[in-house]
Design a protein around this ligand. Structure first.
Ligand code: FES
Length: 123
């Protein structure tokens, strides 16, 4: 039911943890299941130099969090804003249809972290 990539990121998630000196933080909750994802970013010259996540959620949400941090690291803020739930699911070689809402969480939490950073910069 789950791709090898999903299982890999679920069992060995990348970039887990807190970032006390984050430049932007985004939290997104899923009202359907109650799962919550928090993304921290470090930004230099409009580029994401580091990303961390904390997720209280299902296996798919953890795999999505891990993948979104890998994808976003090194991207410009504008590029990272273009990450969508379907590009995330594609990067994981697909998610079961009933789990697509979990990938929404990843894209939204990242976008909120970028918005938080931009707000702090007065942009
Ligand atoms: Fe809640 Fe996956 S079931 S995020």
């Amino acid at each position: 039911m789950y791709s090898e990539k999903v299982m890999d990121h679920f069992t060995n998630p990348r970039n887990v943890g807190e970032m006390p000196d984050a430049d932007g933080v985004g939290t997104e909750g899923n009202p359907v299941c109650g799962d919550v994802m928090k993304i921290f970013i470090k930004v230099r010259d409009d580029r994401i130099t580091d990303v961390k996540f904390q997720t209280f959620g299902c296996g798919a949400a953890i795999a999505v969090s891990s993948m979104v941090t890998e994808m976003a690291k090194g991207m410009t803020l504008d590029e990272a804003m273009k990450i969508t739930k379907s590009s995330l699911a594609d990067a994981l070689d697909g998610l079961p249809p009933q789990k697509m809402h979990c990938s929404n969480l990843g894209a939204d939490a990242l976008h909120k972290a970028i918005e938080d950073y931009r707000k702090k910069q007065g942009k």
